[in-house]
Design a protein around this ligand. Structure first.
Ligand code: SAH
Length: 381
């Protein structure tokens, strides 16, 4: 990367009002920002020379001071089921991941909000590597921009497209912040990114097709209600505080009794339909019929959906996945009590792209350990 590249303003990090200011500073009219966004997000180009409806001298000033720079791809892995995982470079030593999941009626991109994570949920692979840093707004939006560009390129190459058709939708129609990191712990960068994802002139996604998943940072859920209206998913994983303290340690600070009212408040403010509660199915830990009934008591009568996630094991974990009949029974207990529940289909298992497995691994790496806890992953030059 040249020195120039890092000094220029990365336009992928600017929501429309900030881009208008930037454009004005370059001596152009603010409405040019919309034209610029149209090129970047609708046409998928970051080459200013191609933006032929912009004045030549304005393009020259853009080229000198701005750039459209998505994260660099370190490695791509493709699953037999059509899922694609990209390992992306954060800096010389660190990497993060995004995953595209094609389905017949939608293409979901699962993006990261941080490199690593500080929350230390006991069943999560990302937690094992500890926290490294927040991703910037440009790195968050850049994932969506990059995946869209890569998928379009793939579709243009006929051989790849032929195989891809069978696997379903190959465009990004939905975005979930369910990759590495806790999005609400990176509030400052995530909120402008959401603005760009929803902006008609940006990625133009409807608010129901963008889902933010949180482990339950209660004050930030209230703050989010004031500034955004994306769909909310909450990682619940246990029906009582004693068990949730163990699985999702942030619960000690923000227990279930505070978390649920924050969720209902969010829906009231956003005129939202329901909150999705994620519940990872851990064998003999949180999967008994009695625990399903306790969960139903918590959620009954509220606009809630439960998404049961079969646990995805990773090296070193002490948990195993609940057997399929146990998951079905758990779901039935919820349904019988009037609580909507679905079981998430596991995708991309052959490439470690399934939920909770994103750990930013790279091929040649040195793992830096402090005691038994991995604190960082260094890429060898
Ligand atoms: N920090 C956010 C978003 C990232 S995790 C959050 O906690 O919601 C996205 C989802 O994957 C969460 O529901 C998380 O609990 C779940 N998950 C983490 N590890 C998992 C694993 N090994 N198997 C299945 N789901 C897992």
């Amino acid at each position: 990367m040249s020195t120039f590249a890092t000094e220029r303003t990365n336009l992928l990090g600017l929501p429309r009002p900030a881009l208008e200011t930037f454009v004005a500073q370059l001596g152009s009219r603010p409405f040019r920002a919309r034209q610029l966004m149209n090129w970047i997000y609708k046409r998928g180009t970051g080459e200013f020379t191609e933006m032929t409806d912009l004045a030549k001298d304005f393009r020259a000033r853009l080229a000198a001071q701005a750039e459209v720079r998505p994260p660099e791809i370190v490695r791509v892995q493709r699953s037999a089921d059509g899922t694609v995982k990209w390992l992306l470079k954060a800096d010389a030593a660190q990497a993060f991941e995004m995953v595209f999941i094609p389905e017949p009626d939608r293409g979901t991109l699962c993006i990261s909000s941080q490199v690593g994570c500080a929350l230390d949920c006991s069943f999560c692979a990302t937690a094992q590597q500890g926290f490294n840093r927040n991703l910037s707004t440009a790195e968050i939006v850049g994932q969506v921009w990059l995946a869209s560009a890569e998928l379009a390129r793939e579709a243009a190459g006929s051989a790849a497209a032929a195989g891809a058709e069978a696997a379903g939708e190959r465009r990004v129609t939905n975005v979930v912040l369910m990759g590495m990191g806790e999005p609400l712990a990176n509030f400052r960068n995530v909120v402008p990114a959401l603005d760009i994802l929803l902006d008609d002139f940006g990625c133009d996604l409807s608010r129901r097709r963008v889902t933010l998943s949180t482990s339950g940072l209660v004050p930030q859920i209230y703050k989010l209600a004031e500034v955004s209206n994306v769909a909310l998913a909450v990682s619940l994983h246990a029906p009582d505080d004693a068990l949730r303290n163990e699985l999702v340690p942030i619960n000690r600070k923000h227990p279930i009794g505070e978390l649920l009212p924050a969720c209902w408040h969010y829906l009231d403010e956003q005129n939202g339909r329901s909150v999705t509660f994620e519940y990872v199915m851990l064998d003999c830990v949180n999967d008994s019929p009695a625990q399903a009934r306790a969960l139903a008591r918590l959620l009954k009568g509220h606009p809630a959906k439960v998404n049961l996630i079969p646990f995805n094991p990773f090296p070193g974990t002490r948990y195993t996945r609940s057997p399929a009949p146990v998951i079905q029974r758990f779901r039935d207990e919820l349904l019988q009590r009037g609580v909507l529940a679905t079981v998430r289909r596991t995708r991309g298992e052959d490439i470690d792209a399934a939920c909770g497995q994103l750990a930013g691994r790279v091929i040649d790496r040195t793992t830096v350990r402090l005691g038994s806890k991995i604190i960082g992953v260094a890429v060898q030059p």
